[in-house]
Write a protein that binds this ligand. Structure first.
Ligand SMILES: [Zn+2]
Length: 373
């Protein structure tokens, strides 16, 4: 597994560089084929490279989901070389989530029969999955579970809840005028956008876990001109779909405060929340299996960051996330993977997959009216 993680990490794959991601897809295909004994389908969507393995010809039951792109620009290996010392593995994208990709290969390869599994490794997760979203949702719709190989949370905890994300740009139109000669003829876009920033922030709800954060703001052209234009970006995170909808409706009904100003709202919900209810049953199974394997108790935590698990949960498929590497420092200088956890977490994934495939068969038999003891 170490050799394979090295092969993946040393092929840099920033999401924004299509050529780099395509080269990485070739390495992922080669490493995966060696584990799985089968070549993937290479799916090119608008120049972005995704890989899919489907096992068996019957019903799809479990989606195993990962990504091979990273946030690290080309050349990061020079400042953050691949290395292993003292039980710690380092290198760009090792934790998020190239180690997880290799764990998926090893876990599936160790199954007696992987029939019913779809393994999807996408190439644009870190930029919000613009070309893989439909692919992920289509695969998830046909499955009774989605297991996401994103890195685990602090201390190896699984991710049982992820906030949904909405992104907005508010454009304000006013009217320019000389700030000294005839300011009264102007409509001040800076004042208008300031009102809107405060109105937006007031949509947050601490108790519901809803944050509404005005982020990038710009306005005006020169120090002695009443600003004609302003722009404001807003980041919204919610635990529940109903909250995402509430904030969306409120943002769309913003009205100008300054006489003569106009507002235009762009954007909207990007990723739906992965609500705790979508992960509860799978987490309980995983915790039981971890216990049977003699692992320390498994924990599940809520996180603010989104992943492709938000999409699988968004189409109603039970989803468990954070099943990948244990370590820390995602997107940061100290990104690392703890070697000691690689084998046990791969074993947990294998056992969880075996359990899901087995119970899928049981459900199918029950649906067909077959008597089983
Ligand atoms: Zn990731």
């Amino acid at each position: 597994m170490l050799r394979d993680i090295e092969a993946l990490v040393t092929c840099e794959s920033p999401s924004t560089d299509l050529g780099a991601v395509a080269a990485s897809a070739q390495v992922v295909a080669r490493v995966g084929a060696a584990h799985l004994g089968a070549e993937p389908e290479l799916l090119d969507i608008d120049g972005r490279s995704h890989l899919r393995w489907r096992f068996g010809t019957g019903a799809r039951r479990v989606l195993v989901l990962g990504h091979h792109d990273t946030v690290w620009p080309l050349g990061s290996l020079r400042t953050h070389p691949f290395r292993v010392d003292d039980g710690v593995l380092r290198g760009p994208g090792c934790f998020d989530m190239k180690a997880g990709v290799v764990m998926a290969f090893a876990a599936i390869a160790a199954l007696a029969d992987p029939s019913g599994i779809t393994l999807l490794i996408t190439g644009d997760e870190e930029i919000g999955s613009p070309t893989s979203r439909a692919l992920i949702e289509d695969e998830a719709r046909g499955c009774s579970a989605a297991l996401v190989l994103e890195a685990s949370a602090e201390g190896g905890a699984l991710k049982v809840e992820r906030k949904g994300v909405s992104l907005y740009d508010i454009e304000v139109d006013g009217r320019a005028a000389h700030a000294g000669l005839e300011p009264e003829r102007g409509v001040n876009a800076t004042i208008e956008v300031a009102h809107q920033a405060l109105a937006l922030a007031a949509l947050a709800d601490d108790d519901a876990g809803t944050t509404v954060t005005p982020t990038v703001m710009s306005a005006g052209t020169s120090t002695n001109t009443v600003p004609a234009r302003a722009r404001l970006s807003v980041d919204v995170r919610t635990r529940r779909r109903a909250e995402q909808d509430r904030v969306d409706a409120a943002v769309r009904s913003l009205r100008p405060v300054v006489d003569g100003a106009r507002i235009e709202v762009h954007g909207g919900p990007n990723r739906p929340p992965l609500e705790r209810s979508a992960a509860a049953e799978l987490f309980a199974r995983a915790a039981l299996i971890a216990h049977d394997l003699g692992h320390p108790p498994l924990h599940g935590v809520a996180v603010g960051g989104a992943s492709d698990g938000n999409f699988t949960a968004g189409v109603g498929t039970p989803t468990l996330d954070g099943l990948g590497a244990v370590g820390g420092g995602a997107h940061a200088d100290d990104e690392h993977v703890l070697l000691a956890a690689l084998a046990p977490r791969t074993e947990l994934l294998r056992a969880l997959l075996a359990d899901l495939l087995r119970s899928g068969a049981t459900n199918a038999a029950a649906a067909a009216g077959t008597d089983r003891p």
